[in-house]
Design a protein around this ligand. Structure first.
Ligand code: HEM
Length: 210
């Protein structure tokens, strides 16, 4: 426990849980993209995700990963806040760091709020009621302009969070080194854009086109 109560340990823990969530997001996006294939494709994917034993085992691990990442993020921000010298505000923040890296707690808490809504929208009804056509249930939400708007804003915030989080987690875990720095930065940018545009395209397609 000593290691994880140190500043380095906490950052390392954030990075590990963050990387785990990076993998989850990609799997979730790929499963959701089957919505473009129509009801049969998505219902089959949804059935697979809902019955595959490995996915079922991973669900509590995923919940734990999210909770741990969020709680540790709040602790990290709090510790930084109380140890930050007052003169910090006067620094030219834009010249020294990017907006995304300085506002991880802001984008993070907003994504957390979205997640809460999202679990109520989908996860709970899927687990507690008998839904025959998962496809219909999922796309129904995006007929509502308010939900579509909230979801797209959340995906943009998620993209911003990942823009810093992806490469930062690889630096902290030591995977990023000087030789691959540029490549990992580019991968981080590409990943963040794919996630933000990928999820948004689903919401916007079913709102405007379908
Ligand atoms: C267009 C975008 C999205 C759609 C249509 C969508 C759809 C769904 C659906 C249908 C479920 C229920 C799956 C089941 O229980 O079988 C679900 C679960 C979940 N979603 Fe999303 N989702 C989207 C974006 C996101 C994003 C961006 C995140 C994370 C920031 C996220 C996090 C989760 C989590 C944590 C669960 C519960 C765990 C799981 O069932 O795998 N989703 N989503």
């Amino acid at each position: 426990m000593g290691y994880f109560s140190s500043s380095v340990g906490r950052k390392f823990f954030m990075a590990l849980t963050g990387l785990f969530l990076v993998v989850f997001l990609l799997v979730h996006l790929i499963a959701n993209l089957t919505l473009f294939g129509g009801p049969d494709a998505f219902n089959a994917a949804s059935h697979f995700m809902g019955t595959n034993p490995l996915i079922q085992i991973m669900q509590p691990v995923l919940a734990l990963g999210f909770v741990a990442h969020i709680i540790m993020g709040i602790i990290l921000e709090y510790k930084n806040m109380i140890s930050r010298p007052i003169g910090y505000i006067k620094n030219n923040a834009n010249a020294n760091s990017k907006w995304t890296s300085r506002n991880m707690i802001v984008t993070g808490l907003m994504i957390f709020a979205f997640l809460f809504l999202h679990i109520i929208n989908y996860f709970i009804p899927f687990k507690t009621t008998e839904i025959h056509n998962h496809y219909e249930f999922v796309v129904e939400l995006f007929k509502n302009p308010i939900y579509t708007f909230i979801y797209v804003i959340a995906f943009i915030l998620l993209g911003m969070h990942l823009m810093h989080g992806f490469q930062s987690s690889l630096t902290t875990t030591g995977i990023r080194n000087r030789k691959y720095q540029k490549c990992i930065e580019q991968m981080g940018v590409a990943y963040s854009i794919i996630i933000a545009i990928g999820f948004s395209s689903i919401a916007l397609w079913f709102y405007f086109v379908n």
